[in-house]
Design a binder for this molecule. Structure first.
Ligand code: C2E
Ligand code: CA
Ligand code: CA
Length: 754
């Protein structure tokens, strides 16, 4: 028989009226703390002497320990007691009769409580009616039995003192245990939260951990207030679990539940824990100017002092976690966002692409790169601010045309990327860009774009690889001029790799002695004498193989190595011309090729003069060859530069003449002394009349402008005869000599003199 002494809705007095019922489960459940508010200590009497139990009940009826009442439970056998104790871990004190079913039933029960159930906290007081049944002192201490009393000795006062003492010890033991478990949870929680990378994830974990600590269902909501959210009402809900999950991302203001909104607001404003009957908001703050947060969880029961202490430890842990997460998410923004335009950057793009590439069965995606033509020129002409404005405008237009989920990112300077479904990206986006909202007057108007595209369905590789492929293609498109597009074709990588390998090897070659020059004689058609030579660069690799300049010059031009290469060639040409002068040809001149990129470099003339000074060579001994396209395309800066070269005494030649589109006015204005007719015209001399007319025209034009004309690529005596007949001044080609090392040229010169 069990006496359910304590229905939470009934007072002890009601129970004490003697409602005897057989309801052991209820007895266990009814002890759950809470609903009635105040805590009750559970005291279990195990005794087959019902009368004694009755008197115990009366004796404890009005007893209070620290203001709390006793919930008295009575069972009559060790067996029943064992079942009950197995179910209910919250029984604080057991008043146990030593002799029941058997002489040692009491002691056996104690043994199984301690050793089998592992309940070390419950306080046990042995009582017996028979003197002389006392167990040994040793047994008492072994089983952690606190007291041993003869029933007859238990006066009311003594019983109260014994129970109070037992409860005090139980309180301490369980508090310790709870704190220990709580701290363990906190350590685990801190570890878990250390992995959070975003505020959203962090706040979900905060709710999980706080509710776990309090033994509540994992429901709650977290909002943060950063230094840029002016008022607490503008705090943002960053995480919610359970019923609150749908609120994430919304301002606190929009939280419909007025009570919770109120508690959270208060909590943030007053920077402290705020509670009401149904729940509480915990406050977390990070570094001084950092974000603060409030987390609301439902707790209908009052928290005990240990829980409050543990929560404050957890809160300070969460606070330091919060500043970490805030920092990490700020770093994340910085690492993945373009700071000027606030759109994704290259890192973000690669991350997004990798996710798409990883996901199986996604619809075909494409990557499009766009480069604003002549952006740096516009910036130079209009100023940096206008440049930024231009970028903003391009970014806005792209956002108008390519809407989410298509991603628009900025990679660097004026290079934008668009990543999305292929069918959206293969359409004529340039036309669509032009059709966008008209400009406000007075601002930079539409600019042309170079672009490249990689369709991921025919590309195998990571996001980063696709991006670098697209960048290589973009560079190729740009090298072809304005408004160009290059599209990836499978198999291109091999060519790219080879190109890259060569660029790398060339870079090394420039720093070793693999770069040499050969000299090709130029012949005065009037006298038949060699008066000059063109220096042509040669790359002899370590294994002795040669690479044609037609292959490596474009690479050197593309990566800027041409500047260094040009300087090496110039120095070698200087040394050659000095050797030739010393050998008896003091008027001899050597021509070097100067590429457009060299001309664009600041301080080119000074650098050249420096080399000449170091090598003790006069500028007139060196001729600078600039291709027709370079000479004509460049703006006034090119002309000024050429004027400057001329003034310094360099001789100037226009190379590959006839292949570009020269304006007569421009040609006239350039300080050039020599026109080199492109070798393509030579091939058909004597075969096709049209070519003859072109060369003829060039010769006449040059003569009229007071320039000498040199025919390149002369290979046959017929060509020589025809050129002489037309009055061409000079010639260069295999008919006379192939490009040769300096030593050979010295022999060549000596032979023709002799
Ligand atoms: P280029 O300046 O027009 O040089 C003339 C090219 O024609 C040379 O080729 C020369 O070997 C070749 N050539 C000479 N005579 C004949 C002939 O009778 N028939 C034929 N078929 N070809 C002849 P190379 O040395 O392979 O140079 C190719 C191009 O590489 C040069 O064209 C020039 O644009 C560039 N290059 C060579 N050296 C340098 C340099 O030091 N700096 C720069 N920037 N470019 C250079
Ligand atoms: Ca040349
Ligand atoms: Ca040429």
């Amino acid at each position: 028989m069990t006496i359910p002494t304590d229905d939470p809705l009934l007072s002890n007095d009601d129970a004490a009226d003697g409602v005897f019922e057989f309801a052991p489960e209820d007895a266990a459940q009814s002890t759950s703390p809470g609903l009635g508010g105040a805590k009750r200590y559970k005291v279990l009497s195990v005794d087959d002497d019902i009368e004694f139990q009755q008197s115990l009940r009366y004796a404890l009826q009005d007893f209070r320990y620290r203001e709390h009442r006793i919930e008295f439970i009575a069972v009559q056998s060790a067996h029943e007691a064992a079942c009950l104790l197995n179910r209910d871990k919250e029984i604080a004190v057991m008043l146990l009769d030593v002799v029941m079913e058997t002489d040692d039933a009491g002691l056996r029960l104690v043994k199984s409580v301690r050793e089998l159930l592992g309940n070390a906290e419950i306080r046990i007081v042995l009582v017996t009616g028979q003197p002389g049944m006392a167990p040994l002192r040793e047994t008492l201490s072994q089983l952690d039995i606190n007291d041993y009393w003869l029933k007859t000795d238990l006066s009311l006062e003594r019983l109260h003192a014994v129970v109070a003492n037992a409860l005090r010890t139980w309180d301490q033991l369980t508090t310790l245990d709870q704190a220990r478990r709580g701290l363990q949870l906190i350590v685990e929680a801190s570890n878990v939260m250390a992995y959070s990378r975003s505020l959203e994830d962090f706040s979900v974990r905060v709710i999980q951990e706080v509710t776990r600590l309090l033994g509540l269902p994992p429901e709650g909501v977290v909002c943060t207030q950063t230094h840029d959210t002016a008022s607490a009402a503008m705090a943002r809900i960053v995480g919610g679990s359970g019923a609150f999950a749908t609120l994430v991302g919304r301002p606190l203001d929009e939280l419909e539940d007025e009570r919770i909104r109120h508690i959270l607001l208060h909590c943030l404003q007053e920077q402290r824990v705020v509670r009401d009957r149904l729940g509480q908001a915990l406050y977390f703050s990070s570094v001084p100017a950092g974000p603060s947060a409030a987390a609301y969880v439902e707790t209908t029961r009052a928290l005990d002092p240990v829980e409050v202490d543990l929560l404050s430890v957890l809160s300070s842990n969460i606070s330091s976690g919060l500043s970490n997460v805030a920092l990490v998410s700020k770093l994340d923004t910085m690492a993945y966002q373009d700071q000027l335009l606030g759109i994704p950057n290259g890192n973000a793009l690669v991350r997004i692409m990798d996710n798409v590439i990883k996901a199986a069965n996604v619809e075909a995606h494409s990557l499009l790169l766009l480069d604003v033509d002549q952006f740096s020129e516009s910036c130079q002409a209009l100023g940096l601010q206008q440049g930024e404005l231009l970028l903003r405008r391009v970014s806005q237009r792209l956002a108008q045309i390519f809407q989410p989920p298509t991603v628009v990112a900025r990679l660097h300077n004026d290079v934008f990327a668009v990543f999305g479904l292929k069918y959206l990206l293969v359409q004529d986006f340039i036309a669509r860009l032009e059709n966008c909202a008209p400009e406000e007057p007075g601002h930079v108007s539409f600019i042309s774009l170079c672009s490249s595209r990689v369709d991921l369905d025919c590309f195998s590789g990571s996001g980063a690889e696709a991006l670098s492929m697209a960048l290589v293609l973009l560079k190729q498109a740009k090298s072809r001029g304005l408004n160009q597009m290059a599209v990836y074709v499978p198999g291109m990588e091999a060519a790219c790799r080879q190109r890259f390998g060569m660029a790398f090897a060339l870079h090394q070659a420039l720093r070793s002695d693999q770069i040499i020059i050969e000299l090709q004689p130029q012949i005065d058609l009037g006298t038949g004498r060699v008066f000059a030579a063109e220096a042509l660069v040669r790359w002899r690799r370590e294994d002795g193989t040669r690479v044609s300049p037609l292959e490596f010059i474009p690479i050197a031009e593309a990566n800027g190595d041409i500047v260094m290469l040009g300087a090496i060639v110039l120095r070698k040409a200087c040394r050659a011309v000095r050797t030739i002068a010393a050998a008896g040809w003091p008027d001899f001149r050597i021509a070097v090729n100067v590429s457009a990129l060299q001309l664009a470099k600041e301080g080119l003339v000074e650098d050249f003069l420096e080399v000449l000074r170091e090598e003790a060579v006069a500028p007139w001994q060196i001729e600078l060859e600039i291709t027709e396209s370079t000479a004509m395309e460049g703006d006034d800066t090119t002309k000024r530069l050429l004027d400057r070269c001329r003034t310094e005494g360099f001789s100037l030649a226009i190379d590959d003449f006839g292949t570009g589109y020269s304006s007569l006015a421009r040609l006239r204005s350039l300080p050039t002394a020599l026109l080199k007719v492109d070798q393509s015209f030579m091939r058909e001399i004597g075969q096709r009349a049209t070519q003859e007319t072109i060369v003829d025209m060039i010769i006449k034009l040059g003569t009229r402008l007071g320039m000498n004309v040199l025919a390149e690529g002369v290979e046959t005596p017929e060509q020589v005869a025809w050129l002489k007949q037309q009055g061409c001044h000079a010639a260069q080609g295999y008919w006379y000599a192939k490009p040769m090392p300096l030593d050979d040229l010295l022999v060549f010169l000596a032979r023709q003199a002799g």
